[in-house]
Design a protein around this ligand. Structure first.
Ligand SMILES: [Zn+2]
Length: 101
């Protein structure tokens, strides 16, 4: 399954992709109107809101989940992950959160 390189979201349908382009590497949430992938800060913030809404987590817990999620993606490895510094959810916490979605 194809997933967004910046946030890991599955790209299953045109609505998930910028301009409905299924060949895109990143999802509609991670791509700006110029077709560029957004900054780490912006994607992190979007992810925090997503996890808070999807799992009912507190902001603090959602931040830990997003750091865990984004740090697992090769895309951010060579981009510098200063914006992802901080506490990270454990595998168990991450699995538990996914189970609530
Ligand atoms: Zn994305």
């Amino acid at each position: 399954m194809k997933t967004c390189i910046a946030c890991g979201m599955p790209l299953n349908k045109p609505e998930d992709c910028p301009n409905g382009d299924m060949n895109a590497e990143s999802c509609v949430h991670c791509t700006d109107s110029n077709g560029e992938i957004k900054s780490c800060d912006e994607i992190f913030e979007g992810g925090v809101h997503f996890f808070m809404g999807a799992t009912g987590s507190s902001r603090e817990d959602a931040e830990k989940l997003v750091r865990k999620n984004m740090k697992a993606l090769p895309y951010w490895e060579d981009k510098g992950t200063e914006c992802l510094e901080g506490e990270i959810a454990t595998d168990e916490e991450f699995k538990a959160a996914l189970g609530k979605m």
